[in-house]
Design a protein around this ligand. Sequence first.
Ligand code: C2O
Length: 391
Amino acid sequence: MRTSWALGVTMVLAVLVVAVTAKPWPAPDFKNCIDLPIESCCTPVLYNGTARKFTYQSWLPMRTRPAAHLVDAAYTAKIQKAYALMRALPDTDPRSFNNQAKLHCAYCDNHFFYPEYPNSRLEIHRNWLFLPWHRLFVYHHERILAKLLGDDTFALPFWDFDNQSAEKPEGNTYPLLYRNPTGFGPFGNSSALFDPLRLASSSYPRLVDFQDPFQFYPNRTDDDQRIKNAHAMYTQIVATPVLPTLFMGEPYRYGDVGAVGGGTIENKPHGSMHVWANLIKAQFTNSASDPVFYALHANVDRLWKIWKKIPGGVRKDPTDPDWLNTEFTFYDEDGKIVTAAVHQALDTNLLRSHTLPSTQNPHEALNPILMDPLVDSCTDCTLHRLLIKRS
Ligand code: C2O
C-alpha cells in the first residue's frame, strides 16, 4: 500500500517536472518579426484573423511527386502555369512568389522574436527543426500552387540528385524543367521556373557535386564524379547518421539560441546542392526565390523517408515532446494564417503525398563491398553494375 502511494506521488512529480521543463517552440506570431539592418524578410502582416490550427486535408486525392528529370509535356505545362500564376500575384497577397521566399528567410537569420526570450530568435536551420519545418513549408507552397491551378492533384517534382545512374536523362544534372530558360504554351516565352542568376558551372551536362559544389576542380571525369557523389550520399544518409540527431540536427528548445548543430542531411547533400544549384542565391535570404529550391527540398523530404526505411530498424524520428510539439506558422492556400506542429509533418500518407520511386536510392548507390550489409536491400543496382564493370 505504502509503496504504491509513494510510486503515485513520484509519478505525479515526474509529470509535473516534465510539464514545467517541456519547451517546444510555440508558433511564431507574424507580428513579432523584426527586419535586420541588412535584410528585410518580414512579410507584411497581410491577414489579421486568428490563426487556424492545421488539420490533415484527408479529402485531398493522393498527390504523387514525380522525378523532375522524367516529367512529360503535360506536367511541364501545368507547373509552368502554376509558377506563372504565383509570380503574377501582387505582393499584397501573402501567397506571392516573393512572399514565399521572404517567409523562408524570416524563419532564418533571427527574424522571429518571442517577448519571453528577447535574446533568442527562432531558427529553423542547423538544428532538429530543419526537416519538419521544410516539409510543412513545401506542403503549403505546393497547396498554394494547386489552388492557383484549381487542381488538387498537383504535386511538386523532386530533383533526383542522389541518383548516380548514367542513363539519360540523368537525375544528377540540372533538370531540363528548371534549366530551360524558355517558357511553354500560352504563358509566354520566359520560363517561370528559370532563374538567371545560376552559374554556368552547373549548366548541363555538368554532374552535381556534393563535395565540391564550388567546382574548383571541374576536370574530374563523369565516372569519378558519380563515385564521389555516391560515396557522399552513402556517408551522409546511410553510414554516419544512425541516430536521429546526427541525421536531422541537435535538439533545439524554446529559448535556446540559434544554430546548435545541423544534421548530416542538412549539410550535404542539402547545403552543397544549394551552392551547386545557385551559388548567388545559396543564402537563406533568397534561396527560396529560385523555383528549384522547392524541387531540391522535395528531394530532401524524400531522402528523409528513405532514411527511415533503411534496414536495421534503428533510424527513427525523435520522440522528444519538445520536438513533436514545436509549432510553426504558415500561409495556407487561401492566404490565411495556419499553425502546424512537427508531429503533423511525420506521416506523408496523412499529408496525402507520395513520391514516385527513383531509379536509385542512396543505399543502393555504392560499391557493394563498402556498403555491406545493406547490399542485400539493393533492388535497382544500376550504379552497382556500373562500378563493378569498372573495377
Ligand atoms: Cu531553408 Cu534549403 O533551406
